[in-house]
Design a protein around this ligand. Structure first.
Ligand SMILES: Nc1ncnc2c1ncn2[C@@H]1O[C@H](COP(=O)(O)OP(=O)(O)OP(=O)(O)O)[C@@H](O)[C@H]1O
Ligand code: NI
Length: 460
């Protein structure tokens, strides 16, 4: 991972890696006539500059809804629920947004001088406990925890339309801001468009969803260049050709004048990637970008993404149901099941030592990895998460389930003491403890507010 001054984002002076996107307690639900589908049910993870975070799980586990939540593309009757937070930590963007949307920027230090975070708990109108933020006592909380996420507003800390939070520097002097974040869940209108397809771009499974059949590939890339970089005319044409070359399309000067139907599937997906890059995104979300392609072409596209990542220091979130692909592309992996992240680890650890029975099941279904000669698959399907998780949603399919699994909701915890980078949401962990001790671990931390209750969703 290489870093230059521009991509040095935020918060740490300690030399730790730079988080560009942090997802906290993300809950996205679809309010249908019949039921509330908790498609994404309280997930948290980070993406760092220059790294690929994989999201893997069977069909219906909530991968695409996670991606669409980050993009601000959740369709009605879906909503991101209060208590959810998606933070974009990118200094240049914070400065740019503080400049363009100066009325929506908040100075966090000023808030800290007027409000004591400890006093913000214990308000009957705000259903919130220290545990909701992962703390044991109110004193550990900071004002930053309450921002975005709907809580800041209900506590009167910020206004309904605030979304730029400046943690070092003053919003009145954007060029001198030193750190902060944009709260993506609060964006709409112009600010939403300045983020979506711009700072964060997405590549979908089917390239034809992103390409218009009646315009040439070149014109579509030029349109993206015009919108996002204000580039037109010959300059834009040259840049479009360069982008097509950068994504490995041969004879780009000729092909820039062709229509999508004149491209093969693999070439179309390359063109879509070129279009995404035209916006110079910091984060690229890929939702099954190679699933429709044959294996050779798939390998080429994955290699292309890797090269682009290295050149541009891109953060990539890569979604697939294919464990083989995940092993290939990811630095870190989040395994999703029925709206929840059930295991997370760096890719080597996850494949060498999978802990959640669901991850183990997924791995046994990779040809060549199973014990014995039969390819194992996990029997049954992902359930629709249409009620609050008060039990383990995988238990009905789990070969290791025991009675408690039907009564206690496992929380994400380190698989053993000290293994902070490898967590699982399973009552079998932490390792090396008695069943009673393990259950204690999961019930102690489970005292979170369940904000899907009662349909109190004034957000969005
Ligand atoms: N517009 C919608 N209305 C109602 N429910 C929806 C809608 N979109 C998604 N869902 C539900 O949300 C859940 C998660 O769907 P999602 O598309 O995120 O799964 P996925 O992991 O991406 O699966 P796949 O591998 O099939 O793409 C599913 O139960 C799905 O039925
Ligand atoms: Ni999907």
């Amino acid at each position: 991972m290489s870093m230059n001054a521009e991509t040095q984002t935020t918060q740490t002076n300690t030399g730790r890696s730079e988080t560009i996107l942090s997802v906290r307690n993300l809950q996205t639900a679809f309010f249908t006539d019949k039921e509330v589908i908790r498609a994404v049910d309280g997930i948290s993870y980070d993406i760092e500059t220059g790294e690929t975070v994989g999201i893997v799980g069977e069909s219906g586990s909530g991968k695409s809804v996670t991606a669409r939540s980050i993009m601000g593309l959740v369709d009605s009757p879906g909503r991101i629920l209060p208590g959810s937070s998606i933070r974009f930590h990118h200094l240049e963007t914070v400065r740019e947004f503080a400049q363009r949307f100066s009325g929506n920027a908040v100075d966090v230090n000023a808030l800290e001088q007027t409000h004591d975070p400890a006093e913000l708990f214990d308000r009957p109108e705000v259903d919130m406990t220290p545990a909701a933020f992962g703390y044991e006592s109110p004193e550990e909380a900071s004002i930053v925890d309450f921002l975005g996420s709907g809580y800041g507003e209900s506590l009167g800390l910020i206004d309904a339309d605030d979304f730029v939070f400046v943690t070092e520097g003053s919003p009145d002097d954007p060029s001198r801001i030193e750190s902060g974040f944009v709260e993506i869940t609060r964006l709409e209108g112009k600010a939403q468009r300045a983020m979506r397809g711009n700072k964060i771009a997405m590549v979908f499974q089917d390239p034809l969803t992103s390409l218009n059949p009646v315009y040439t590939v070149g014109n579509q890339i030029k349109e993206a260049l015009r919108l996002h970089q204000g580039m037109t005319g010959g300059e834009a044409t040259n840049e479009a050709v360069e982008l097509l070359e950068a994504v490995g399309i041969p004879d780009a000067r000729r092909r820039v004048r062709e229509y999508p139907h004149q491209f093969s599937g693999g070439m179309r997906q390359r063109a879509v990637i070129a279009m995404a890059l035209a916006c110079e995104p910091e984060v690229l979300i890929c939702d099954e970008p190679t699933t429709a392609l044959d294996v050779t072409i798939q390998a080429q596209i994955l290699e292309l993404l890797e090269d682009l990542q290295e050149e541009r220091d891109l953060a990539i979130m890569f979604i697939t149901h294919d464990m083989g692909v995940i092993a290939d592309v990811s630095d870190r992996v989040n395994v999703m099941y029925a709206g929840e992240i059930v295991e997370t680890a760096d890719v080597e650890t996850l494949f060498a030592s999978p802990k959640h029975p669901y991850t183990q099941g997924l791995l046994e279904s990779i040809p060549g990895r199973q014990v014995g000669e039969r390819l194992q698959t996990i029997e049954g399907n992902v359930p629709t998460p249409n009620e609050p998780a008060t039990y383990c949603r995988f238990a009905p399919r789990c070969p290791e389930a025991f009675d408690a699994c039907n009564e206690i909701h496992p929380v994400s915890i380190p698989v053993r003491e000290g293994a902070d980078d490898h967590t699982a949401a399973c009552l079998l962990y932490p390792e090396g403890k008695s069943e009673l001790e393990r259950i204690d671990h999961h019930t102690d931390q489970a005292a979170e507010p369940s904000s899907t209750e009662g349909g109190a969703n004034e957000d969005q």
